[in-house]
Each structure stands twice: as structure tokens, then as C-alpha cells.
Design a protein around this ligand. Structure first.
Ligand code: SF4
Ligand code: SF4
Length: 353
């Protein structure tokens, strides 16, 4: 058993950075994905950022290659950031440029920071989670592929973050991104006879809105009943008990898109995104309508925003009415507010699906 606190992080920083803690006074972005830091001693080091895979999942072979690059150029250290990027620190600029070339040959674009796309993140989706209504890492991959020019060369009005959640629980914090795509369920789950294999009371307690109640059966046993008028389609009960299922998720699961979130506490403080597109069909493997909608938002913002305006600032200046007018998205009165499963289902059925 390991006792005591974790080892200090300074144990793991490369030799060339030891003794520099607290001396870094300025930095400047040299190009997308490369930042120069200057210390009070005059020492300079360089951070390099590369886009990782959506959901930061790697084969051991790839991890070995990344480790070799870290050993060759970055004092044998690197880190994976919370936004699922890779970051390396080198002591010489020409090493940074060589590292960039090698990472790009491996298929990891170098970019981000400044007025660019910073990250496309996703939750684990189907890999680890029973709640997922869409394959969030695949959606993130498609969005990353389509937006990569904004990561490494094309400038945007300001920072842009994109995040994908497999369901509206958004446990990865997607609503804090400038643009978020969130999987949604639009049907009320059904209780099957297999429910009796589950802990009934525990399952009922998983429901955040109290929509599940215990009910006696004619045989004198107990089962569960879902009150349709209360259910918000979150899927928590489906995750908790294999005897509760969505009957036709391939037809009813979809995506919603929210914009204007941000995690930083600067200016207006932390903000959650608002839903501007309540339902788009889940269309693997290319997710054309979802990718098209995100691109339309980015293109309109790029065209219309003043320099320095993140999406929330832009909307704040022009107003929601103009946002819908300029993007051409249909405005649904309900879409900006809380939508229950019936509200979303109504929009879904009118979406041409
Ligand atoms: S956002 Fe939803 S689908 Fe994704 S990991 Fe969290 S609970 Fe699961
Ligand atoms: S899907 Fe969510 S809201 Fe509906 S019954 Fe299950 S836990 Fe409750």
C-alpha cells in the first residue's frame, strides 16, 4: 500500500527545468501550437501543443512512439492536458520545430492557443458509459477533421473550444465549451420483465426527477413503473438496470447543439452554453448534418464577430434574434429553454427524420 501524499510534481520535471520554478515572467505565441516562455534569468523554453485523439485513447505502440519523441526532444517528459491535447517542453526552438515535424508525420497536428481552435474534446461515450446516446469520440473526430485548419493555420476572431458529450448529463463539461454537441435520447425507456433481476429501490432512486415508482404485480411481486409525464429521457435508469431499455435508440437518439459556454472566470465569468439546435439525427459514420451545423456556426461567427469576441461575446453584442437570422437556423421558442422528452420528440418528428 502507498502511504502519504502523492510525490511532488517537481520530481517529474525534466532536468533543464529544475530550479526555474517561479521564474517565468513572460510568454509569446510564436505560431499556432508553439509558445516561447522567458525566465527572469533570461532562459527560454518552448511549449508545443499537439491535438491528441478524441477521448485520449491510444495503442501502446503509439504511446511508445510519443514517449520516444519526449525522450528525444523534451527532457523525457510530456503531459496530456485536460482538453485532450499533448504538451511537450523543449529547451531549443529548432528542437521544437523538429518535434512538430515528427508529430505531424505520426498524424498529430500541432496547433491551438491564441485566436485558434484550442481543442475538440469528448467524453468516453460507448466505451465506458451506459448512458451514451451517440458515439461521442467519433463525432469529435469528425469535427476535429473538419475544423483542423482553424487549429493550425487559419485565424478565428478569438479562442474556440468544441466539446462532445454522449448524453445531456455532460459529465465532461461540454456545456462549458464555445460549441458543444450533446447526445440526446428522445424516448421514454420501457420496463421489461428482466427488471426483477435489478435492485428495484436502488434503480428507482437513480431517477433525478422521481419518475420511477415501485408497483405491485398481480402475482404479488414488485416491479417498476415509469411515469411518462415526468421522464426527461436522461437514461440513468437504463445505465443502472439492464431490465430497463430504450426500445428504438437507432431511430430516436440524436444530437443537440449548444453555444456560448466558457469555463474561464474572466470577463463575465463562467457560462453554460444555450441550446440553439435541439435535435439533429445521429448519423454515423459522417454525422453530416451535425458537422455541417457546427461549421455553419463557426463560419458565421468568423464572418461577423469583431476581433477578440468569443462566441458568447458575439451573441451578447448582436442578440439571439440576429444569431438565428444570420445562421439561418430555425428558431424554436422552446429550444432556448428546458426541453422535456416530449418537447424534443416533437421537434425530432418535425425534423424530417
Ligand atoms: S457525458 Fe453522458 S455519455 Fe458521456 S460519459 Fe458522461 S454520462 Fe456517459
Ligand atoms: S430516463 Fe431518466 S428521467 Fe426517465 S425514468 Fe429513467 S432515470 Fe428517470
Amino acid at each position: 500500500m502507498i502511504e502519504g501524499p502523492p510525490r511532488p510534481y517537481a520530481d517529474f520535471i525534466p532536468e533543464f527545468l529544475k530550479g526555474t520554478v517561479g521564474t517565468w515572467v513572460s510568454h509569446r505565441i510564436l505560431e499556432p501550437g508553439i509558445v516561447e516562455h522567458t525566465s527572469t534569468t533570461g532562459k527560454r523554453v518552448y511549449s508545443l501543443r499537439a491535438a491528441a485523439t478524441p477521448n485520449a485513447r491510444y495503442s501502446t505502440d503509439t504511446i511508445r512512439k510519443i514517449s520516444q519523441l519526449a525522450r528525444k526532444y523534451a527532457g523525457a517528459t510530456m503531459r496530456f492536458t485536460q482538453a485532450l491535447n499533448m504538451e511537450f517542453i523543449t529547451s531549443e526552438l529548432d528542437q521544437t520545430e523538429d518535434l512538430k515535424k515528427e508529430l505531424e508525420l505520426l498524424g498529430f497536428p500541432v496547433g491551438g492557443w491564441g485566436n485558434h481552435l484550442w481543442s475538440v474534446t469528448s467524453c468516453a461515450g460507448y466505451f465506458h458509459c451506459a448512458l451514451s446516446a451517440t458515439d461521442s469520440p467519433s463525432v469529435a473526430q469528425k469535427l476535429g477533421n473538419e475544423l483542423v485548419e482553424y487549429f493550425n493555420w487559419q485565424e478565428l476572431p478569438a479562442k474556440l473550444t468544441v466539446s462532445v458529450s454522449g448524453c445531456p448529463s455532460s459529465c465532461g463539461g461540454s456545456f462549458l465549451a464555445d460549441i458543444s454537441v450533446n447526445g440526446i435520447h428522445t424516448e421514454v425507456p420501457v420496463v421489461t420483465p428482466d427488471v426483477k433481476k435489478c435492485d428495484l429501490q436502488g434503480t428507482a432512486f437513480t431517477c433525478p426527477v422521481g419518475a420511477i415508482q415501485l408497483k405491485p404485480t398481480p402475482e404479488g411481486e414488485r416491479t417498476l413503473e415509469i411515469r411518462q409525464n415526468l421522464c426527461i429521457g436522461c437514461g440513468l435508469c437504463v445505465g443502472a438496470c439492464g431490465g430497463i431499455i430504450f426500445e428504438s435508440p437507432e431511430k430516436t437518439d440524436g444530437h443537440s447543439i449548444a453555444i456560448g459556454g466558457r469555463a474561464s472566470a474572466s470577463r463575465y465569468g463562467t457560462m453554460l452554453g444555450r441550446i440553439v439546435i435541439p435535435f439533429l439525427p445521429n448519423e454515423p459514420p459522417h454525422y453530416d448534418r451535425t458537422v455541417g451545423a457546427v461549421k455553419r456556426i463557426v463560419d458565421t461567427w468568423k464572418e461577423d464577430a469583431k476581433k477578440g469576441e468569443r462566441i458568447a461575446d458575439w451573441i451578447d453584442r448582436i442578440g439571439w434574434e440576429k444569431f438565428f437570422e444570420r445562421t439561418g437556423f430555425p428558431f424554436f421558442e422552446q429550444s432556448m429553454e428546458y426541453l422535456d422528452v416530449r418537447g424534443i420528440a416533437t421537434l425530432r418528428d418535425g425534423s424530417g427524420r
